[in-house]
Design a protein around this ligand. Structure first.
Ligand SMILES: Nc1ncnc2c1ncn2[C@@H]1O[C@H](COP(=O)(O)OP(=O)(O)O)[C@@H](O)[C@H]1O
Ligand SMILES: O=c1ccn([C@@H]2O[C@H](COP(=O)(O)O)[C@@H](O)[C@H]2O)c(=O)[nH]1
Length: 252
C-alpha cells in the first residue's frame, strides 16, 4: 500500500493502525509559510467551511509554548535582544504534556501568543477538541526528540531565506508592532544564527520537504491526498461518521 511518492516512511507502514488523532509536525524557518501551509491543508481537507467545534483538523502553534519571561528578559525582548529562536525559549515540559494529552484525545486549552506583549494571552485561548488530524507547527517542532517522536508525519517547509526575511519584515511591522531596524538587528544577531544551529539541522527528520511553501500546490495536493487516504471513512473516528466523512471530501 506504500505510495512511491512518499518513499520510505517507516512510521507510516502499519496503515491499518492509523492512530487518531494523526499528529503532523510542520517545521521550517521563520516566515517560511508554516501557518499558511497548515491553513491550506485544512482548507483542502474541507474543514474551513465547518464550524470550529465540528472541525476534525486542528492547528496548534509552537509559539503557544513560549515560556514566561523574567522582567529582565522582557526588557531585552522589547529591544529585540532576547533570543526567541533558541530551544531554551520554550516550555518543553508543557509542550510535551499538551501533545500527549492531545494524542490521548483529551480536550486541551491553549493560550494564544501575543507577539506585541511577548507573552501568552490569558484572554485569548483556543480549546482543542479531539480531532482526526492535528497539525503542530513551529520553528523547532523537530528539535526536541521526545516531541519529534510523537509525530505520525513530519513536514519541513523550505523557503528561500531572502524571501523569508522580506516576509518577516512586512509581517513584523504590520502584525507584530516592530520597527525595521529592530527587526533587522534581531534577525542578523539572533534569528539567522539560531535557524542555522537549531532549525535547519532538523530538516533531516522530515518525511516530506516542501520547497517554496504554500506556493507548492503539487506538494500540498499530494500531502492532502495522502492524509485523505489514511483517514478513509471506513476507519474508526473519535467522532461520528458524518463528521469524519467531511475529511475525505474534496472542497469542491
Ligand atoms: N506563498 C506565499 N506568498 C506570499 N506571501 C506568503 C506566502 N506564504 C506566506 N506568506 C506570508 O508570509 C508571512 C509569513 O507566513 P506564515 O505562513 O505566517 O509563516 P510562518 O508560519 O512560517 O511564520 C505571512 O504574512 C504570510 O501571509
Ligand atoms: O515574542 C516573540 C516571539 C517570537 N518571535 C519570533 O517569532 C518567530 C517564530 O514565529 P514564526 O511564525 O515561525 O516566524 C521566531 O523566529 C522569533 O524570533 C518574536 O520576535 N517575538
Amino acid at each position: 500500500m506504500a505510495s512511491p511518492v512518499w518513499g520510505d516512511l517507516p512510521h507510516l507502514n502499519a496503515l491499518d493502525k492509523i492512530p487518531r488523532p494523526f499528529l503532523i509536525g510542520v517545521a521550517g524557518g521563520t516566515a517560511s509559510g508554516k501557518s499558511t501551509v497548515c491553513s491550506k491543508i485544512m482548507e483542502q481537507l474541507g474543514q474551513t467551511s465547518l464550524l470550529e467545534n465540528n472541525r476534525m483538523v486542528t492547528i496548534i502553534s509552537q509559539d503557544s509554548f513560549y515560556r514566561d519571561l523574567t522582567l529582565e528578559e522582557h526588557k531585552r525582548a522589547t529591544k529585540g535582544e532576547y533570543n526567541f529562536d533558541h530551544p531554551d525559549a520554550f516550555d518543553t515540559e508543557l509542550m510535551l504534556k499538551t501533545l500527549l494529552d492531545v494524542k490521548a484525545g483529551k480536550r486541551v486549552e491553549l493560550p494564544a501568543y501575543d507577539y506585541v506583549a511577548h507573552k501568552r494571552s490569558p484572554t485569548s485561548t483556543a480549546i482543542i477538541h479531539c480531532s482526526d488530524v492535528v497539525l503542530f507547527e513551529g520553528i523547532l517542532v523537530f528539535y526536541f526528540p521526545e516531541i519529534r517522536d510523537l509525530f505520525n508525519m513530519r513536514l519541513f517547509v523550505d523557503t528561500d531565506p531572502d524571501i523569508r526575511l522580506s516576509r518577516r519584515v512586512l509581517r513584523d511591522i504590520e502584525e507584530r508592532g516592530r520597527e525595521l531596524d529592530q527587526i533587522l538587528s534581531q534577525y542578523v544577531q539572533l534569528v539567522k544564527p539560531a535557524f542555522e544551529e537549531f532549525c535547519l539541522p532538523t530538516k533531516k527528520y522530515a518525511d516530506v520537504i516542501i520547497p517554496r511553501g504554500a506556493d507548492n500546490v503539487v506538494a500540498i495536493d499530494l500531502i492532502v491526498q495522502h492524509i485523505q487516504e489514511l483517514l478513509r471513512p471506513n476507519r474508526t473516528s473519535r467522532r461520528s461518521r458524518n463528521n469524519s466523512d467531511s475529511i475525505v471530501e474534496r472542497p469542491h
